[in-house]
Design a protein around this ligand. Structure first.
Ligand code: C2O
Length: 512
């Protein structure tokens, strides 16, 4: 591989959408941010310079970061944030991955505006395991907020407000014709008849799983989370992995773009008069669509791209995931994170963000007073799906981690016992891909992912090999749930061989 240099200047930029002009935090003044394009095996040096008042950190979502946890990015987990006028070079190599990922800010709610595609092409000369596309098009879904997202969110954190508190969804930053004052900001893809296009779909929305469909076209799924899958056809995709979707009635839940054929037979004017076909999407709460879709995903598991599923298990863990009101229900002080009345928890622990970086505390042997290694590995309550779900009132707060010896193979069952509405939780694990065992414990070609939907009132089992030393965050990718404490972290200890050890921190690692 080669070394690729990028520079990310974090700066404010005035952006107008839905007739509202707002100054937002961006990378290089772009919204969405710049594309990172590299090949498998390349070495990336991305210098992030902070020119704004907010602290910042950037996460390369789905990149394994083998031995380079210092470049992973979640603030107060692997690094202290980059403060105003400071900079940090994210330094990592892409090992054994190719496909579509993305990068986003990983502090507070800044990923509302700070995100972009991260595309990993195969090594030079290595073809895709599917027909070569005529063209490749990144499509990144996001959101737009007419006012400052931070204020909307702090409000939502207090009131428990609906999951989609933004004013519009966007495709490549554009809300499209279904919103007021937005028709000119429509994503348009021009295509040629008979050609195959590779759409790289990324869901960067903060709080929503999304369906995607193109009217009168069938889509073939070929990759998910930068892992090739056995191709299958579908009319509609669920973009964030999940087995259910959010419930509720939203008037701002759909974003549209336009696919337009370039044709020598039609003039531009006559194309404008052609009918516009609209796809139909499943209802927002269509659990069975989501389950069926998810069950179709299988790793390619070919000789060239094998699925290295751990066949034996060293550690069995069982996490219940709950959203609940904290003890302030009984009219006491609210004990949710930041004094909110809601707490989200894993095994009844609502995670408290530390004030220094966990990875540094671990590496320098200074975990005292920063975190404790006693994250409960089984729940207080088990939910057998017949009686009432446990109500999550016995939540305690803490910065608790699970410590794993190098190369432990882990099986983790996650069960959702939510009492607040029926939302699924897309759980994202940093530093690893895991294999998802649906009910049948497929150990041959299970889908390999970095994020999995834990369905409401249901469960999912995953397996991973803890072969990457460091401290690794795991959290619900619905930002509001993360803020309520639906997160935890793993410590993976060094192995004996040199290539089984976490590398020392770079000299420019930010200080808290
Ligand atoms: Cu894409 Cu920890 O997140």
């Amino acid at each position: 591989g080669i070394t690729r240099h990028y520079k990310f200047d974090i700066k404010l930029q005035n952006v107008t959408r839905l007739c509202h002009t707002k100054s937002i935090v961006t990378v290089n003044g772009q919204f969405p941010g710049p594309h990172i394009v590299a090949r498998e095996g390349d070495h990336l040096l991305i210098k992030v310079v902070n020119h704004v008042q907010n602290n910042i950190s950037i996460h390369w979502h789905g990149i394994r970061q083998l031995q380079t946890g210092w470049a992973d990015g979640p603030a107060y987990v692997t690094q202290c944030p980059i403060q105003t006028s400071q900079s940090y070079v994210y330094n990592f190599t892409i090992v054994g991955q190719r496909g579509t990922l993305f990068w986003h800010a990983h502090i507070s709610w800044l990923r509302a505006t700070v995100y972009g595609p991260l595309i990993i092409l195969p090594k030079r000369g290595v073809p895709y395991p599917f027909a070569k596309p005529y063209e490749e098009v990144p499509i990144i879904f996001g959101e737009w907020w007419n006012v400052d997202p931070e204020s909307v969110i702090s409000q939502a954190l207090q009131t428990g407000g609906g999951p989609n508190v933004s004013d519009a969804f966007t495709i490549n930053g554009l809300p499209g014709p279904l919103y007021n004052c937005s028709a000119k900001d429509t994503f348009k893809l021009k295509v040629k008849p008979g050609k195959t296009y590779l759409l790289r779909l990324i869901n960067a929305a903060l709080n929503d799983e999304l369906f995607f469909s193109i009217a009168n076209h069938s889509l073939t799924v070929v990759e998910a989370d930068a892992v090739y899958v056995k191709p299958f056809e579908t009319n509609t995709l669920l973009v964030t992995p999940g087995q259910t979707t959010n419930v509720g009635t939203f008037d701002n839940s759909t974003v549209a773009g336009i696919l337009e054929y370039e044709s020598p037979l039609h003039s531009a004017a006559s194309i404008r008069n052609l009918p516009l076909f609209k796809p139909s999407l499943p209802p927002l709460n269509d659990t069975s669509f989501a389950t069926n879709f998810t069950n179709k995903l299988r790793s390619l598991a070919s000789a060239q791209f094998p699925a290295n599923v751990p066949q034996k298990v060293d550690r069995h863990l069982f996490f219940t995931i709950g959203l609940g009101t904290s003890p302030c229900q009984q009219n006491q002080t609210c004990q949710g994170p930041n004094g909110t009345m809601f707490a989200a928890s894993i095994n009844n622990v609502s995670f408290v963000q530390s004030t220094t970086a966990l990875l540094q505390a671990h590496f320098f042997g200074q975990s005292n007073g920063v975190y404790t290694p006693d994250f409960p590995i089984t729940p207080i309550f088990r939910f057998n799906y017949t009686n009432n779900p446990p109500n999550n009132t016995m939540v305690s707060n803490g910065t608790k981690l699970v410590v794993l010896p190098f190369n432990t193979s882990v099986e983790l069952v996650m069960q959702d016992t939510s009492i607040l509405g029926a939302e699924s939780h897309p759980l994202h694990l940093h530093g690893f891909n895991f294999f998802v065992d649906p009910s049948k414990f497929n150990l041959v070609d299970p889908i390999e992912r970095n994020t999995v939907g834990v369905p409401s009132g249901g469960w999912v089992a995953i397996r991973f090999q803890a072969d990457n030393p460091g401290v690794w965050f795991m959290h619900c990718h619905l930002e509001i749930h993360t803020s309520w404490g639906l997160k935890m972290a793993w410590v993976v200890l060094d192995g004996k061989l040199p290539n089984q050890k976490l590398l020392p921190p770079p000299a420019d690692l930010p200080k808290c």
